[in-house]
Write a protein that binds this ligand. Structure first.
Ligand SMILES: Nc1nc2c(ncn2[C@@H]2O[C@H](COP(=O)(O)OP(=O)(O)OP(=O)(O)O)[C@@H](O)[C@H]2O)c(=O)[nH]1
Length: 327
C-alpha cells in the first residue's frame, strides 16, 4: 500500500523498475554495436548491481513494514540478468545483494522478528540465483546453437562455391564473379582480362595413366594457375579440364605476361611427371563493353586459336578488332 511511511521505498522501487526496463530496451540494442559493447557491459553491470541491491533492500523493508514477501524484488533482479553474459558477474551481483541484505537486517530489522527478514532475503536471493542460472544456461545453449548453425551455414556456403576436386571456385561461383566484376569494370571504366585455360591432350593423360592420375594433374595445374594470380583475382574450374581466370584491373599486356607465366609453370610440372607430358593452352581477351556471354565467347575463340596453333600456346583476341591476333 502507498502511504507516507513507505513512499520513499515505493519511489525507489519505481525508479529501479524504470532503470531496469531502460537497461533491457536501450542497452540491449546498443550492445549489438561491437565498439560500444565493453562500455555497455560495464554500465550494464553497474545498473544490475544497483538494481539487485535495491531489490533486496526493498524486500527486507517490506517484510519489516508488514508487506510480506515482495515478488517485485525478485522480478527486478530477474530483469537484470537476461542481458548478462558472464556467470562471475552474476555471482558478483548476488554477493552485493547479500551485503545489502545483511546491512538492511542490522539497520532495520526488529530483533525479535529477524527470521522472516532473513528467510525472505535468502529465498529471494536463492530464487534469483536459480532462475538467473536457468536463463543463463538457456541463453548459452541458444548462443552455442546459433554459433553452430552459423558455422554450418558458412561451410555450406563455401561448399556451394567450391569445386570439390581442385578447391577452386566452381562454375556457378566463377560465373557470378564474372558478372559482378564485369559490371564493376564497366562502371568505373577499369580494365578486366579473362583467361580461358584448357589442358592439352588431357584425354590421353587419362587413358594412359588413369583417372586418379588425371585428377592429380588437374589439382597440380590449378595450383600452378593460382600461383600467378593476386588475392583480388578469381580462378574457377569451368568443368572437365577447363579453367577460367578473371584478372581484375589488368590490361592486355599484363594479362599476356601472366598467362605466359602460368603456361611455363605448368610446363615445369613435367619435371615431376616424367613419363607424361602436361601443358595448357590459354585464350585471352579483354572486356570491352560486351555481355558476359559475348566475352566468354571471345575467350573461347582465343582458346581455339591457341589449340589450332599447336597447343601449349597463349593467344588473344585484340580489343576493337574482330580479327584475331597472335601474341
Ligand atoms: N581425371 C579426370 N578427367 C576428367 C574430369 N573431367 C573430365 N575429364 C576428362 O577430360 C577429358 C577432356 O578431354 P577433351 O577436352 O575433350 O580433349 P583433350 O584430350 O584435352 O584434347 P584438347 O582439348 O584438344 O587438347 C575427357 O576425357 C574427360 O573424360 C575429371 O574430373 N577428372
Amino acid at each position: 500500500m502507498l502511504n507516507a511511511a513507505n513512499l520513499p521505498y515505493t519511489l525507489l522501487y519505481s525508479f529501479s523498475l524504470i532503470v531496469a526496463t531502460a537497461n533491457i530496451l536501450v542497452l540491449g540494442k546498443l550492445k549489438s554495436l561491437s565498439k560500444l559493447s565493453s562500455f555497455v557491459s560495464f554500465i550494464e553491470a553497474l545498473f544490475s548491481t544497483f538494481l539487485a541491491s535495491v531489490a533486496v533492500f526493498w524486500s527486507i523493508l517490506s517484510v519489516n513494514d508488514g508487506h510480506g514477501i515482495t515478488p517485485f524484488a525478485i522480478l527486478m533482479m530477474l530483469l537484470c540478468f537476461p542481458l548478462q553474459g558472464q556467470l562471475n558477474l552474476l555471482l558478483g551481483i548476488i554477493s552485493t545483494a547479500f551485503v545489502c541484505l545483511m546491512f538492511g537486517l542490522i539497520r532495520y530489522a526488529d530483533i525479535d522478528n529477524i527470521w522472516p527478514g532473513i528467510v525472505t532475503g535468502f529465498t529471494s536471493a536463492v530464487a534469483c540465483f536459480v532462475v538467473a542460472n536457468l536463463i543463463e544456461r538457456i541463453r548459452l545453449e541458444n548462443f552455442e546453437m546459433i554459433s553452430k548453425l552459423s558455422s554450418i551455414n558458412k561451410q555450406l556456403h563455401r561448399l556451394s562455391q567450391e569445386d570439390h576436386l581442385t578447391k577452386l571456385l566452381n562454375r556457378r561461383a566463377i560465373d557470378n564473379a564474372l558478372k559482378r566484376e564485369l559490371t564493376r569494370s564497366e562502371r568505373f571504366d577499369h580494365p578486366l582480362s579473362l583467361l580461358m585455360i584448357d589442358v592439352d591432350n588431357f584425354k590421353q593423360i587419362n587413358d594412359g595413366f588413369g583417372h586418379v592420375f588425371g585428377d592429380q594433374v588437374l589439382v597440380d595445374i590449378s595450383q600452378c594457375i593460382k600461383k600467378h594470380i593476386r588475392d583480388v583475382d578469381y580462378v574457377g574450374r569451368m568443368g572437365g579440364d577447363e579453367f577460367l581466370v578473371i584478372l581484375i584491373e589488368t590490361n592486355q599486356d599484363n594479362a599476356l605476361q601472366i598467362a605466359d607465366r602460368m603456361r611455363n609453370e605448368v610446363m615445369n610440372l613435367n619435371n615431376q611427371h616424367k613419363d607424361c607430358h602436361v601443358s595448357i593452352s590459354v585464350g585471352l581477351t579483354v572486356a570491352q563493353g560486351e555481355s558476359v556471354v559475348a566475352l566468354l565467347e571471345k575467350a573461347d575463340k582465343a582458346l581455339y586459336l591457341a589449340k589450332k596453333a599447336g597447343k601449349n600456346k597463349v593467344r588473344n583476341i585484340f580489343i576493337h578488332s574482330d580479327k584475331p591476333s597472335i601474341s
